[in-house]
Ligand binder design. Structure first.
Ligand code: SF4
Length: 335
């Protein structure tokens, strides 16, 4: 084993538990470890040890509902919903009643974070009304999160007042190159979340073989500036018919490595780490949040009427408990 790398991992783990941040070069050095090597194994083991301390062995389920299966004019080059790729030609939008039924099912099976995800221009006022109605009609220990388009601080406050506790939003890898967004516009929305009472959830995504360790480190450091509380990594799923659809998916080991780095370099300030798609490799490398999703999924050209890829509550719970976690539901605890 390369002793220099082992010493670096030990130092980063100690910093992680003490709440100290890491610089870009350190993050890149950890991301440059060869997946599958002995140093990689040590990195993942160290991240798992830190995860068990930071999370107190609590794990959470994340249940997404893709509200509108519809062509989106933003045409991100990895997304099945991009209008220009011609994969989605019809428009199916879930009604409020359908959404509430799906939420009851998620709450009933132990999901903590329930996420309404839409294409870029879906009405935020409609979503705020859904949130108020959901809160009235679905009691329980869960949080509501939105994953939507861009918005300002006033809208962020309005979303919070409606009853949501968080926002999923990301400066994606390749933003402005693989997407039509101006990265500054994505950061403006991250800033709106940061200056509101909403929590920010921001994974490093969609990670593909085309992304360097430097790009990954920069996106992660950017998310830390905006106070991310759930980080982690999501792989780009090659969707046939999208411009990036011919480039293969990264390995489970590379995804687990990025998870381990977010765990160790996020430290105590980023208590929860998510991986998507799920794998034991990533949970054993520090992830404690797993995603279930249904409806419109940007990783799929058809509507997921059942849970995407067959990954249901039972499978998620089994994977997390096998890895030593307790699955917990709770409302916003003000973290
Ligand atoms: S990723 Fe979002 S903004 Fe981009 S095309 Fe898909 S739905 Fe639209």
């Amino acid at each position: 084993m390369n002793q220099e790398i082992i010493n670096l991992i030990d130092r980063v783990k100690a910093d992680c538990l003490a709440g100290k941040a890491q610089d870009r070069d350190t993050i890149v050095s950890l991301l440059d470890i060869t997946p599958g090597s002995e140093e990689y194994t040590y990195l993942c083991q160290s991240a798992r040890q830190a995860a068990l301390v930071i999370t107190k062995k609590e794990a959470y389920l994340w249940g997404a509902i893709g509200v509108d299966f519809a062509p989106c004019s933003m045409n991100c080059t990895f997304c099945s919903l991009g209008e220009a790729w011609g994969i989605v030609n019809e428009e199916i939008s879930y009604s409020e009643e359908e959404i509430i039924e799906q939420i009851k099912r998620y709450v009933g099976c132990g999901v903590r974070f329930i996420v309404l995800r839409t294409t870029e221009f879906y009405s935020i006022d409609t979503l705020c009304q859904f949130i108020r109605d959901i809160r009235l009609q679905v009691p329980g220990e869960y949080e509501l999160v939105l994953n939507i388009g861009e918005f300002d601080i006033e809208t962020a406050n309005k979303i919070h007042e409606s009853g949501a506790s968080g926002i999923y939003h990301a400066l994606r890898l390749g933003e402005g190159r693989d997407t039509a967004f101006n990265p500054a516009q994505r950061n403006d929305t991250l800033n709106s979340v940061h200056h509101s009472p909403l929590k920010l959830i921001h994974l490093i995504e969609p990670v593909g073989i085309e992304h360097t360790s430097e790009e990954i480190a920069e996106v992660f450091l950017n998310s830390l500036q905006y106070g991310v509380v759930i980080s982690g990594a999501m792989a780009r799923i090659p969707v046939k018919g999208t411009p990036l659809g011919t480039k293969p998916q990264i390995s489970d080991q590379r995804l687990a490595q990025i998870v381990a780095v977010t765990r160790l370099c996020g430290g105590k300030n980023v208590p929860d780490i998510c991986v998507h798609p799920p794998s034991k490799e990533a949970v054993m490398a520090g992830a404690n949040v797993l995603v279930l999703e249904r409806g419109a999924v940007p990783r799929d050209g058809s509507l997921a009427e059942d849970l995407w890829n067959g990954f249901d509550c039972q499978r998620a719970k089994s994977l997390l408990t096998e890895c030593g976690y307790d699955i917990v539901q709770k409302k916003d605890d003000g973290r």
